[in-house]
Design a protein around this ligand. Structure first.
Ligand code: AMP
Length: 215
């Protein structure tokens, strides 16, 4: 299964990508995670990328495209992958199409997760992430058993710099301006399925499986 998950920040792409990864035995390719890892590894453009990400703007296309292209060529992607947070611009989408043409491995589907703006803001502002294993919690809807501590591995939870309200609004604007045009792009290619992203994680997962003809 080669799948792109489109959707604004907070739509649940990461959560659904993890579920799909397990179901289809595919690799989870998260652009945000790869960028955060590259920043943590101290790459040469890391400091610039770090401040761009903290402001909720997009890292330059060339940087992201190079990272994703390298990742898609790794052996675990050969049997399929769930792309989460890439592409985010038309230029990235076109670069992805070119790479996949070279690899003779076209996309199977593009899922667009759709959630109202008010819901997105409250989901993101309450989100807490485990520093070690990446498990996500929410202060109201999915609180950890012990405040600030991951139920999964016991490490500390933190709030991402870009999950503060001003930055969230900016990220949503960036999504509308730069990423939303991809919905029309993939619709034209006949790959797009729109999914209502409201409801429980399980309800949304079921809608996605139905859209993939698998449930
Ligand atoms: P995410 O974890 O998907 O919310 O991404 C966090 C941040 O990483 C975004 O706000 C951007 O600054 C950067 N980022 C992630 N994916 C991309 C992308 N495809 N293109 C440019 N910047 C990205």
């Amino acid at each position: 299964m080669r799948l792109v998950l489109l959707g604004p920040p907070g739509a649940g792409k990461g959560t659904q990508a993890r579920l799909l990864t397990a179901k289809f035995d595919a690799a989870h390719v998260s652009a945000g995670d790869l960028l955060r890892q590259a920043v943590a590894d101290g790459s040469e453009w890391g400091q610039t990328a770090k401040s761009i990400m903290a402001q909720g703007a997009l890292v330059p296309d060339g940087v992201v495209i190079e990272i994703i292209e390298k990742r898609l060529r790794q052996p675990d992607c050969a049997s399929g992958y769930i792309l989460d947070g890439f592409p985010r611009t038309l230029r990235q989408a076109e670069a992805l199409s070119d790479v996949l043409k070279m690899l003779y491995a076209p996309l199977d589907r593009v899922i667009s997760l759709e959630v109202s703006e008010d819901d997105l803001v409250s989901r993101l502002a309450g989100r807490r992430v485990c520093r070690a294993c990446g498990t996500m919690f929410h202060v109201d809807t999915k609180p950890p058993v012990r405040i600030g501590v991951c139920d999964n591995c016991g490490d500390q939870l933190f709030q991402r710099d870009d999950d503060k309200e001003d930055t969230i609004r900016h990220r949503l604007r960036v999504y509308r301006e730069q990423t939303e045009p991809l919905i029309a792009y993939y619709n034209k290619m006949g790959l797009l399925r729109r999914i209502d992203g409201h409801g429980t994680i399980e309800e949304i997962a079921r809608r996605i499986h139905r859209a993939l003809g698998d449930g």
